[in-house]
Design a protein around this ligand. Structure first.
Ligand code: AMP
Ligand code: MG
Length: 321
C-alpha cells in the first residue's frame, strides 16, 4: 500500500511517498525562502511551478507510477490560505483523474505522527515547535489536547524575524544556533504564563539591544537559553500533570541541538524517555503528510470530495481520532 502526500502550507512544498509501515520511498521538497518574508501570492506561484516536477521526481525515486498509489493525502490546514488552496486543488485533480481516494490531513498531526512512528514514542508529551506553531500537546480521550501554547507568534517565526532584523539570513534557526555557541548570557524577559508562553516581547527587546550595539553572539545565546528554558518548563509541567513518561520533540525547530539537550536533561531528571524526530522529517515535508494520510487510509477514513475544503486555522485539538 502506498500513500502519496503533498505538503504546501507555508514556505516548503514537498511530495512524499510512504508504504503501510512508514518506510519513506520518496521525499522531494522545494523551498520558497524570500529575504523579506512570505508573500502569499509569490509563495503560490513558487509552489505551483514546483509541484508537478516534485511529483514526477518522487514517483521516480520510489520506482512507482501513479497507478501504484493507493491514496492521495494533502495538508488541509492550518497554513497560509492561498498555499493550502493550491495544494488541495492539485490533490483533488490527481484523485479525480486517477480515481484514487483522497484524505485531507491536519498538518500538526502529521508532525506528531511522523515523530512517533520514526522514534517509537508511544504516548508522549509532544513539544511541537516550528515556523508557524508552538504547542505542548498530549493525547487524551480520542484527541490530541493542547496543554500550553504561544499566545502570540511561533518560536520559529520569532527566531526568523530576529535573524532577518539583524541581516543574518533565512531561515534564522541554524544561524542563531551557530552564533549562540560563542555567546555569553544576558538576562531577557522570561514569559511563561501558566503553561502558555509569549515570544514577541523578547524579540522586540532583542532588536532594541541589537540597535544599541549589543554583541550578536551574546544576543543569540541569551535568546536560545531563555526561550528554550520557557518551553522546557511548560513541557515539564505537562509531564507532571499527566504523569506521562515520554517526551517527543517535533517540528522544524526540533533540529536545534541546544533545545534537544535541555529537554533531554529534564526528561532524564524526571525518569522519562526522550525522543526527537529525525532531522529529515523535522521541518515541513511530504512524507509526514503521506504517513498521516496512510494512518487514515488503513482505518478507511477517506474524505468525500466535498469534505476536502481547506481549514486555515485548523487546530490539532479540533480533530477527533
Ligand atoms: P517548519 O515550519 O516546521 O518547516 O520549520 C521551520 C522553522 O524551523 C524555521 O523557523 C527555522 O528557522 C526553524 N529551524 C530550522 N533549523 C533550526 C535550528 N537548528 N534551530 C532553531 N530553529 C531551526
Ligand atoms: Mg510545519
Amino acid at each position: 500500500m502506498y500513500s502519496l502526500g503533498i505538503e504546501g502550507t507555508a514556505h516548503t512544498v514537498s511530495v512524499g511517498i510512504v508504504d503501510e509501515n512508514c518506510n519513506v520511498l520518496a521525499n522531494q521538497s522545494a523551498n520558497y525562502f524570500p529575504k523579506e518574508g512570505i508573500h502569499p501570492r509569490k509563495a503560490v506561484e513558487h509552489h505551483a511551478e514546483a509541484i508537478p516536477k516534485l511529483i514526477t521526481t518522487a514517483l521516480k525515486e520510489a520506482k512507482l507510477t501513479i497507478k501504484d498509489i493507493d491514496v492521495i493525502s494533502f495538508s488541509k490546514g492550518p497554513g497560509i490560505q492561498p498555499c493550502l488552496r493550491l495544494t488541495a486543488t492539485i490533490a483533488r485533480t490527481i484523485a479525480i483523474n486517477h480515481k484514487k481516494p483522497i484524505i485531507g490531513v491536519n498538518h500538526c498531526i502529521a508532525h506528531v505522527e511522523i515523530g512517533k512512528k520514526k522514534t517509537g514514542a508511544k504516548d508522549p508529551i509532544i513539544l511541537y515547535v516550528s515556523g508557524g506553531n508552538t504547542q505542548v500537546i498530549g493525547f487524551a480521550q480520542n484527541r490530541y489536547r493542547v496543554f500550553g501554547e504561544t499566545i502570540d507568534i511561533a518560536i520559529g517565526n520569532s527566531i526568523d524575524k530576529f535573524a532577518r532584523f539583524c541581516d543574518l539570513g533565512f531561515p534564522g534557526g541554524p544561524i542563531v544556533e551557530k552564533l549562540a555557541k560563542k555567546g555569553k548570557f544576558q538576562e531577557l524577559p522570561y514569559k511563561v504564563k501558566g503553561m502558555d508562553f509569549s515570544f514577541s516581547g523578547i524579540a522586540v527587546e532583542l532588536e532594541r539591544r541589537y540597535k544599541k550595539g549589543a554583541n550578536i553572539n551574546d544576543l543569540c545565546y541569551s535568546f536560545q537559553e531563555t526561550v528554550f528554558a520557557m518551553l522546557t518548563e511548560s513541557v515539564e509541567r505537562a509531564l507532571a500533570h499527566t504523569e506521562k513518561t515520554e517526551v517527543l520533540l517535533t517540528g522544524g525547530v526540533a533540529q536545534n541541538k541546544r533545545l534537544q539537550q535541555m529537554l533531554k536533561i529534564m526528561a532524564k531528571e524526571r525518569g522519562c524517555k526522550y525522543f526527537a524526530v529525525p532531522k529529515e522529517y523535522a521541518g515541513d515535508n511530504g512524507a509526514m503528510i503521506a504517513w498521516a494520510g496512510m494512518i487514515k487510509h488503513k482505518n478507511k477514513k477517506h474524505d468525500q470530495l466535498k469534505d476536502t475544503k481547506i481549514i486555515r486555522d485548523w487546530r490539532i485539538d479540533e480533530v477527533i481520532l
